[in-house]
Design a protein around this ligand. Structure first.
Ligand code: PLP
Length: 381
């Protein structure tokens, strides 16, 4: 057959054709009124995505760059912070904090679990002088979505700031920054925001800005005070990733024409259909509170999880994601994130069924489709 590949991973995600084409436009100079107009339009669009009145800064870096910027700009060496670690990305908060000499106390949970807000409240009472809580909206390594609204209620009553990695979740799960008392919120370009990897976005509340003013961690490229100064002149401190920003403008037009609520609702339908499909095959989900970003599915017993992912990728060119270390092979992840439609769910489920059959797992072809298709049909919009 013709080799047609299907990107079904939780980052990078597929990019709409008009957004791909925007990258091929001639480069314009970034110190011009024309570029400033584009830059400010993207900044404004991101404020809507973030649900904030604060400014959103555009960083030339993948999502991890904005995570690093959050730590370096808020903290000073020796500060006491909490990280919520129930997967690879929660763990990344801890590792970045340690790299900057910040005293992270990690609340470690099994992958896929969520932390009740009451437990966070108890931690905050038990540990004195916590300066920041580092949390994740959607833990992409395991598929769960945390109760960020609850965390916001709890943290707002303390002197600490709540920092949320919304890199995969923003745009696919509700997370209004101002309404939920989030102090620092982060997004990345290659997840629900429908452009290639390379940009990350960060906004900070007045409470966070007070910490930024007094932070003593070293920083230069990601200095948010410089970003704030430049934004006042409608630009960025360093050469911006011009083409990516032009692409982001196009993608935001696509996202914001129907509205953010529609995008979130769309992700919910795709997720419901995917979950119904895998359950119909008798498979189990990993996440305690599955998000609508991706579905992490436990590898059925008797099947080698790494072979499953490899077969889907190399034989069927269906690029789902495997589990990351130290859980390689134990589960796999099907994304329904960003520029994906209902038939992408069908593609993923069909490829999964065919792969399972290849590996000797007894299934009746079409079982997952019978469960998923009605959900897509009834909610098609
Ligand atoms: C993708 C992702 C990251 C890392 O982003 P990079 O763009 O790979 O640097 C961080 N956190 C979450 C939740 C993610 O999904």
């Amino acid at each position: 057959m013709i080799k047609k590949a299907y990107l079904l991973s939780p980052g990078p995600t597929p990019v709409p054709p008009s957004v791909l084409a925007a990258a091929a436009e001639p480069i314009i100079h970034h110190r011009t009124e024309e570029f400033s107009g584009i830059f400010m339009e993207v900044t404004e669009g991101l404020k809507t995505i973030f649900g904030t009145r604060e400014d959103v800064y555009i960083l030339t870096a993948s999502g991890t760059g904005a995570m690093e910027a959050a730590v370096a700009n808020l903290c000073s060496p020796g500060d006491r912070v909490l990280t919520i670690n129930a997967g690879k990305f929660g763990e990344r908060w801890s590792r970045i904090c340690r790299a900057y000499g910040v005293a992270a106390r990690d609340i470690v949970l099994d992958w896929g679990k969520v932390l009740p807000k009451e437990s966070l409240e108890a931690e905050l009472e038990a540990v004195p002088d916590v300066k920041a809580v580092f949390a994740t909206l959607s833990e992409t390594s395991a598929g769960q979505v945390f109760d960020i609204k609850g965390f916001g209620e709890v943290v707002a009553r303390t002197q600490a700031v709540l920092v949320v990695d919304g890199i995969s979740g923003l745009g696919a799960a509700p997370c209004p920054m101002d309404e939920w008392n989030i102090d620092v919120l982060i997004a990345g370009s290659q997840k629900s925001l429908m452009i290639p990897p390379g940009l990350s976005f960060i906004a900070a509340s007045p409470k966070a800005w007070a910490f930024i003013e007094s932070s003593k961690c070293p920083k230069f490229y990601f200095d948010l005070k410089k970003a704030r100064q430049s934004l006042a002149s409608r630009t960025s401190p360093w050469s911006p990733a011009i083409s990516l920003i032009v692409q982001q403008k196009k993608a935001l037009e696509i996202i914001l024409a129907p509205g953010l609520d529609k995008l979130i609702a769309h992700h919910h339908v795709l997720a419901e259909a995917t979950r119904a499909g895998v359950r119909a095959l008798g498979l189990e989900l990993l996440a305690e509170r599955p998000g609508d970003i991706l579905t992490a599915v436990r590898t059925p017993s008797g099947i080698d999880g790494k072979t499953l992912v490899k077969t889907m990728q190399t034989k069927y060119l269906a690029y789902i994601a495997g589990a990351q270390d130290p859980h390689k092979g134990e589960f796999f992840r099907i994304a329904h994130l960003g520029y994906m439609g209902g038939f992408d769910v069908i593609t993923a489920l069909t490829a999964l069924e065919m792969t399972l059959a290849d590996l000797g797992f007894a299934i009746v072809p079409g079982t997952s489709i019978q469960a998923a298709e009605p959900i897509l049909k009834e909610n098609w919009s």
